[in-house]
Structure formats: structure tokens, C-alpha cells
Design a protein around this ligand. Structure first.
Ligand SMILES: *[C@@H]1O[C@H](CO)[C@@H](O)[C@H](O)[C@H]1NC(C)=O
Ligand SMILES: *[C@@H]1O[C@H](CO)[C@@H](O)[C@H](O)[C@H]1NC(C)=O
Ligand SMILES: *[C@@H]1O[C@H](CO)[C@@H](O)[C@H](O)[C@H]1NC(C)=O
Length: 336
């Protein structure tokens, strides 16, 4: 009991939570976690974060925080990469048009597309009196599964937006009605780590999911995965509004399809590649800063949207993205 109290006293109660924008770094078919060195990967992703992103990012390829020279994220010491599938609208003639990505209105204006990234503690308001340990160098993980054929796990959600601030209800699948403010996809990653492995064959079993819905973790981490790491969450806002006036399927389905050919949303998934510089993430988790109060060196260095948007990479995979007949393979016959 004594040692438990001692640990609790050491950790102390802190309320740190990061919420920040990362603009779009690239939209292309690469996936260095699931398909390292495959050019192109099976399906299209939107990638945000550091410009060391590449087809291969194995630990022996080097630390992204050392290799990158810029990042599309607000926190300029965050050279991590974050990516998800891309959304398309399927025209009646069978051709697919990419759905634009819009910025979150809770974040600074002028961010080009991208995602909202969160690193929270045990829940939004507390670390549960336990230390939240940063990921180690080389760490990577995925959430969700492309091959899921039924409503998948906790923490992978869709929101039918009335406006950019709508957060509820969270749905387990694509909304089938027209959403006047667009559609948001939400990916909550598991937050309990085995404390040993920076990856695992399925990119998931080194992690354990205690995620409840909406940023709340239920219960302690299990003995098999005892280390509480930050709860990483992505929100992506898809501007589906311009497609609401176009023809919709008459069978009650909706016309939106994720880039691996999924119009139900069961296979919704996301990938994470850690790349924070030095101990920046640990410093943030040990602080009590919330959201943009963590900027300007308190404790994290930050940058403005113009600098974020200026960070770009040249695509490795050059292909036409719009107007293709097959969203899984896109137009790889039509290199330009
Ligand atoms: C990406 O990989 C290619 C081929 O391995 C290499 O030439 C290039 O320098 C890498 N780029 C970065 C930013 O690491
Ligand atoms: C399919 O329809 C869309 C919308 O009218 C049009 O932009 C596109 O060019 C068409 N594609 C083909 C292959 O006919
Ligand atoms: C946005 O939509 C939510 C419902 O999702 C509503 O409660 C809120 O008032 C709306 N905000 C604005 C600015 O219209």
C-alpha cells in the first residue's frame, strides 16, 4: 500500500490534454506501417505530420524526429505521422470523386485540410493519478481493420455533422442520411502498452484497448499491457456537403466510399508512427496544459498555419486520384 501511495504522490494529479491541427502533408498510396516498402500500397491515405514520411520507416531507417525538417502540425517538435483512408463520392456512372477535407473550427483558421490530433490522459480531465508514459522511439500502431465486415470496435466512430462543432451522436457506421455539415470520422487508439514492443506482427497486439466512447478510458490497464500511454485520437472532417444535391442511391444506402472500397464504414482504420523530438511529448503529458495553452513554449514549441501548410513532400506515387472506376486501386493505369 505504501509503495502505491508513493507512486501516486510522484505522479500527482495533472490535467494535460493536447488538441491540435495538422494540415495535409500528402495524399497518396503509401503505408509504412502495414506495407513497408510497398510502392504503391493497397489503398489511398491522407497523411499529416513530419516530412520524413516515406514508403519505408523501419526503425533502422532512422528516427523521423532527426530526419524531418518540418511538420504540418501546430507543435513544431512533433514529427510523427498520422494517416487514415480517404473518402470518395461514387457518381451514378461509377466514377469516384475525392471528398475534400475541411479544417476543424475549434482550431486556428487557414489550416489546409488535415486532421485534428489529440493526446489525452486517462480521460479528458485527469491522469487518474498515474504517470502517462510517452511512446518510445520507433513506436507504431494501427486501430481498426480493413477486413472487418461488421460494426467494429469501440472508439472508431462517424458523426453526421450539423456544423463543424457537432460531436454527437457517435455512430458505428457511415450515416446513411444526408449530413448538412459534412461527416466526421473519429479514430481513438488504444492507450495501454505492453511496455516492451514498439510494434507487433498485426501492429495491434502490443496494445490493449480500454477506450470507452468519447475520450474516456474505462478501468486500469491490464497486467499484460501495464503502461498507460497517451490516448491518441484523430478527427477528420469530410466536406460532403457539395454532394448532397447530386443523385443519391435509391436503395437507401449513401454514396460515400472509403478508399479501400468500404461504403458501410466497418473497416474504418488509422495508422500512427511516433516521431516527437526528444522528450517533448513526455513534457507535455507531465504538465497541466490544455489545448492551445500548451503552445508558445508552455511547454511545447508551436508554429502558425502558414508554416504548417508550407511543409509538403513530393509524392512517391504519382497517380490520378479523381474520376477512377475503382476506389481501391484508383487510376494506377493512368500515371501522369
Ligand atoms: C525515402 O526513401 C528513398 C528510397 O529509400 C530515399 O532515397 C529517400 O531519401 C527517403 N526520403 C526521406 C525523406 O527519408
Ligand atoms: C461521371 O459523372 C461525373 C459527374 O457527372 C462526371 O464528372 C464524370 O466525368 C463522369 N465520368 C465518366 C467516366 O463518364
Ligand atoms: C451546431 O450543431 C449542434 C448540434 O449538433 C448545435 O447544438 C449547435 O448549436 C450548432 N452550432 C451552431 C453554431 O450552429
Amino acid at each position: 500500500m505504501k509503495s502505491l501511495l508513493f507512486t501516486a504522490a510522484l505522479a500527482g494529479l495533472s490535467e494535460a490534454a493536447l488538441r491540435f491541427a495538422c494540415s495535409t502533408l500528402s495524399i497518396q498510396r503509401l503505408d509504412p506501417v502495414v506495407e513497408p516498402s510497398n510502392v504503391p500500397s493497397a489503398h489511398l491515405h491522407q497523411i499529416v505530420g513530419g516530412n520524413a514520411f516515406n514508403a519505408s520507416m523501419e526503425p533502422e531507417d532512422g528516427d523521423p524526429a532527426q530526419k524531418a525538417t518540418c511538420t504540418t502540425c501546430t507543435f513544431s517538435e512533433d514529427f510523427s505521422n498520422y494517416w487514415t483512408a480517404v473518402m470518395f463520392y461514387k457518381h451514378q456512372n461509377g466514377s469516384y470523386q475525392r471528398v475534400p477535407i475541411m479544417a476543424n473550427d475549434a482550431l486556428p483558421a487557414g489550416v489546409n485540410g488535415g486532421m485534428t490530433i489529440y493526446y489525452t490522459q486517462q480521460d479528458f480531465f485527469s491522469n487518474g493519478n498515474k504517470k502517462i508514459t510517452s511512446f518510445p522511439k520507433g513506436f507504431r500502431m494501427t486501430a481498426g481493420s480493413v477486413t472487418a465486415t461488421s460494426k467494429y470496435s469501440k472508439g472508431l466512430k462517424f458523426v453526421c455533422l450539423q456544423n463543424k462543432s457537432t460531436r454527437f451522436p457517435e455512430l458505428d457506421e457511415f450515416p446513411t442520411q444526408k449530413c448538412v455539415g459534412g461527416i466526421m470520422t473519429v479514430h481513438h487508439f488504444p492507450a495501454c502498452w505492453d511496455g516492451k514492443n514498439i510494434d507487433s506482427p498485426d501492429h495491434q497486439s502490443h496494445m490493449y484497448n480500454t477506450v470507452n466512447d468519447a475520450f474516456v478510458n474505462s478501468g486500469a490497464c491490464p497486467a499484460s499491457h501495464p503502461v498507460r500511454v497517451p490516448q491518441v485520437t484523430y478527427e477528420t472532417l469530410w466536406d460532403t456537403t457539395k454532394f448532397n444535391n447530386l443523385p443519391w442511391p435509391t436503395d437507401g444506402s449513401q454514396p460515400f466510399v472509403l478508399s479501400y472500397g468500404d461504403n458501410k464504414g466497418y473497416g474504418t482504420h488509422a495508422d500512427y508512427m511516433f516521431g516527437w523530438k526528444d522528450d517533448a511529448l513526455q513534457r507535455a503529458m507531465d504538465s497541466s496544459c490544455m489545448f492551445n495553452a500548451c503552445e508558445n513554449g508552455r511547454p511545447l514549441k508551436s508554429q502558425q498555419p502558414a508554416q504548417m501548410n508550407a511543409c509538403q513532400i513530393k509524392p512517391t506515387v504519382q497517380e490520378k486520384i479523381d474520376g477512377c472506376k475503382d476506389p481501391s486501386y484508383l487510376c494506377h493505369n493512368y500515371m501522369y
